[in-house]
Design a protein around this ligand. Structure first.
Ligand SMILES: [Zn+2]
Length: 82
């Protein structure tokens, strides 16, 4: 099944967050440019990439301003996979 992976920018540009091997049919989007606040779009994203991004992209002190899905992910509550 095809899904969207999030990739790093900068030094690790092009590498997926989950470090999966590139597969035909999958898409790759730079995490910083990804429309992750769009619930419909986010459902197509690799859960492993999402989880890692939620942990990497926000410091604990930034969580007040973080999107709801990031807070939920870091709290270990589902990833919007319902
Ligand atoms: Zn992935």
């Amino acid at each position: 099944m095809s899904k969207i992976h999030l990739t790093h920018t900068g030094y690790w540009a092009g590498k997926t967050l989950c470090e999966s091997v590139r597969e035909e049919g999958d898409s790759y989007v730079h995490a910083v440019y990804a429309p992750l606040t769009n619930d419909e779009w986010r459902k197509k994203v690799c859960p492993e990439c999402l989880k890692l991004y939620a942990e990497l992209a926000y410091e604990d002190e930034d969580l007040e301003t973080a999107p709801q899905w990031v807070i939920a992910s870091r709290a270990g509550i589902g990833l919007g996979s319902h």
